[in-house]
Design a protein around this ligand. Structure first.
Ligand code: NAD
Ligand code: UGA
Length: 434
């Protein structure tokens, strides 16, 4: 079966490469020519552990191809996975113009039966719009089906998430579509859940929002811990021992970022409100998450008093470790706030500096980028931990101490043991701990 992947961004490139890896014949396309040029040469446009190796291997095997020609890609494939972006609009709703554009292209190029699969995260009822659009614009009376197969991969572990999934949700309304998708995912048949399309669409939004709520909840508890003598790490451990709660996604910190949780939480709130459902729970979660940045900046002020002219080292720019993705990264908000205050920032990240330079160019006298964490902290008045990369956990803190002007660490991810860093002579502020 020939699979076409439309949009080879984070999800599309992983989907295309992994579909090829499990034995399918795949062609990927994107409107950004550079992504296709790079992929065709075996290079990933983004950093994702393990992806490039599989990309190269499958290109060599000959069952993975890339093309800049969307029309041809549509014509040549029987199953089309739509992986285009669905970004947030001003009012919080998802911008569906890319999905609509692709649906029209599919209609114009309908040359044989096609199964159109939504992989992008979309509002419930999107499949109806895709069906209507294809029906309105198609030039020939040819059958097609629309299905939903939401993606649950996490950046940083995307390849293993795809190749060892917890579940595969297939939302269908015809037998033909069900059979095709079950065949594609034959390898994981024990993990497939077949639903109707509305259900599949809601499962995706509901899952992301639930995880976002879990993080908000533990962050809220961390605020309470800071006002008492409780320790959030132990609170999370104690809660997580209950299998009904589970230990994952209970890491308190600077708040969640990324291209999905913030936008999906807002999109689901908007969908619910438009349908007359009170979505205040999700709106409050959004507010709690935004407040994390202010709470963090307050800690920096508590340590440094006046931020103007202070030299601050910022370690961690990506929204989480093991990715170069900075979309909605908490680091961006923190950096903006500190620039407003007049601080001088030296930034470091193992993978995300190139992306960050596009937002905060080095031309500004207040911003510079360091080649290592040790260079970043040289003569600094404080060190901020924004992302919990292993490289920061393993730092030689004695050397850090020697390089800094003032030995102050404000840790937004609780990567150090307070007593240990304090024994080394640091003043140490973290999240929900004394
Ligand atoms: P992305 O921006 O990295 O990739 C989308 C790609 O689609 C881009 O490369 C863009 O150029 C391309 N595109 C847009 N219009 C096109 C068109 N008409 N023809 C061909 N290509 C087109 O976004 P992403 O992070 O991969 O997310 C894609 C979708 O998947 C979103 O709905 C997102 O919510 C969802 N999702 C993302 C993740 C994640 O971890 N990033 C995980 C699960 C689901
Ligand atoms: C998330 C979901 O985990 C995926 O299942 C989903 O497919 C994806 O969104 C999506 O739809 O795009 P991702 O955003 O890649 O994946 O990363 P996560 O590991 O979920 O982390 C998201 C944010 O939450 C990060 O900023 C992370 O630092 C934060 N987080 C996570 C916490 O603050 N505490 C935690 O305990 C866990």
């Amino acid at each position: 079966m020939k699979i076409g992947v439309i949009g080879t961004g984070y999800v599309g490139l992983v989907t295309g490469v992994c579909m090829a890896e499990i034995g399918h014949d795949v062609i990927g396309t994107d409107v950004v020519a550079e992504k296709i040029d790079l992929a065709s040469q075996g290079t990933s446009h983004m950093y994702e552990p393990g992806l490039e190796e599989l990309l190269k291997a499958n290109l060599k095997r000959g069952n993975l191809h890339f093309s800049k020609d969307l029309d041809k890609t549509i014509q040549s494939a029987e199953v089309l996975f739509v992986c285009v972006n669905t970004p947030q609009r001003e009012d919080g709703s998802a911008d569906m113009s890319y999905v609509e554009g692709v649906s029209r292209k599919i209609a114009e190029n309908l040359n044989d039966y096609k199964l159109v699969v939504e992989k992008s995260t979309v509002p419930v009822k999107t499949s109806q719009w895709i069906k209507r659009t294809i029906s309105l614009y198609k030039r020939k009376e040819i059958d097609f089906d629309v299905a939903s197969n939401p993606e649950f991969l996490r950046e940083g572990t995307a390849v293993s998430d795809f190749l060892e999934p917890d579940r595969i949700i297939i939302g269908v309304e015809t037998e033909r579509a069900r059979k095709i998708l079950e065949k594609i995912y034959e390898k994981f048949k024990d993990r497939v859940l077949v639903t109707n399309i509305d259900t599949a669409e809601i499962i995706k939004h509901a899952s992301n929002s639930f995880l976002a709520l879990k993080i908000c909840y533990i962050n809220l508890m961390s605020e309470l811990c800071e006002k008492t003598h409780a320790d959030i790490e132990l609170v999370a451990r104690g809660m997580g021992l209950d299998p009904r709660i589970g230990k994952q996604f209970l890491r308190a910190g600077i708040g969640f970022g990324g291209s999905c949780f913030p936008k999906d939480l807002r999109a689901l709130a908007k969908i619910g409100e438009d349908l007359g459902v009170n979505m205040n729970l999700l709106k409050d979660a959004d507010k709690i998450n935004l407040k994390r940045i202010e709470i963090f900046v307050e800690k920096i002020k508590k340590a440094l008093w006046i931020l103007k002219d202070k030299k601050i080292a910022v370690l961690g720019l990506s929204f989480k470790p093991e990715t170069d993705d900075i979309r909605e990264s908490p680091s961006i908000k923190v950096i903006k706030r500190l620039l407003e205050e007049g601080s001088f920032l030296r930034l470091y990240d193992p993978k995300a500096m190139e992306n960050m330079r596009k937002i905060f160019p080095e031309e500004s006298p207040q911003i510079s980028y360091a080649k290592s964490p040790y260079e970043a902290v040289k003569d600094a008045n404080a060190l901020l931990i924004i992302t919990e990369w292993d490289e920061f956990i393993d730092l030689d803190l004695k050397r850090i101490n020697d390089e800094m002007a003032n030995s102050i660490i404000i840790d937004g991810r609780n990567i150090y043991i307070p007593s240990k860093v304090r024994d080394l002579g640091f003043e140490y502020y973290s999240v929900g701990r004394q």
